[in-house]
Design a protein around this ligand. Sequence first.
Ligand SMILES: *[C@@H]1O[C@H](CO)[C@@H](O)[C@H](O)[C@H]1NC(C)=O
Ligand SMILES: *[C@@H]1O[C@H](CO)[C@@H](O)[C@H](O)[C@H]1NC(C)=O
Ligand SMILES: *[C@@H]1O[C@H](CO)[C@@H](O)[C@H](O)[C@H]1NC(C)=O
Ligand SMILES: *[C@@H]1O[C@H](CO)[C@@H](O)[C@H](O)[C@H]1NC(C)=O
Length: 178
Amino acid sequence: MQTSGIIANLALIALRLSAFNGIIGPTEAADCSTVTCDNGGTCNNFTVSPACLCPLPYIAPNCSNAADYCYTLQPDKGITALPVCLNGGNCTLTYTDPYFNCSCPDSHTGFRCDEMVTTTVTTTAPSTAEPGLTDGETAAIVVCAVIAAAAVVIVILIVTKVIPVPCGGSSSVGPAKS
Ligand SMILES: *[C@@H]1O[C@H](CO)[C@@H](O)[C@H](O)[C@H]1NC(C)=O
Ligand SMILES: *[C@@H]1O[C@H](CO)[C@@H](O)[C@H](O)[C@H]1NC(C)=O
Ligand SMILES: *[C@@H]1O[C@H](CO)[C@@H](O)[C@H](O)[C@H]1NC(C)=O
Ligand SMILES: *[C@@H]1O[C@H](CO)[C@@H](O)[C@H](O)[C@H]1NC(C)=O
């Protein structure tokens, strides 16, 4: 009795070791003859669960449903907080990478509506030109102002007799002194 007990225990230990080292195959693999995997999934014949190995975005047990990427954290895409679509964007599932699509409000863009739409450049350009002056108008005003200022200075200088009134010369500045 004692000897058979030792042999039984040794056999059990050997069985556990061989199973641990993978010598004996999985004892509880799914019966793939009864498993149907949708959407291109393959039956998992290594472990009992999950029944199917599924291509993205489909999920176990039988690849019939897609993962809800609109409500799933995806650290590989930098999505470490929900919601997936930011700033009021609406999320719909797609079947190609990244498996979701954000419909953004006009103010935002980007695959998560995470970028501001910059409309300031296109809106400010016409608004400044419309009420303002053209370059030609500005130049004309500057020229007139310079001429007017020069005339005022010359008149002041003549009145204060800092410069003599030219007499009979070819100058066009002022009338001849009488
Ligand atoms: C597991 O399934 C694949 C196909 O899905 C097949 O090629 C392979 O031989 C199977 N392996 C076992 C151990 O049944
Ligand atoms: C897939 O799994 C679900 C839930 O287990 C089941 O209701 C459905 O019938 C399965 N579909 C197929 C094709 O096996
Ligand atoms: C995402 O949705 C917008 C409209 O909301 C559409 O124009 C665009 O084609 C969609 N993109 C993908 C990859 O489905
Ligand atoms: C999101 O969906 C709601 C409800 O359909 C709609 O009122 C809203 O305008 C949508 N927002 C965007 C940015 O598409």
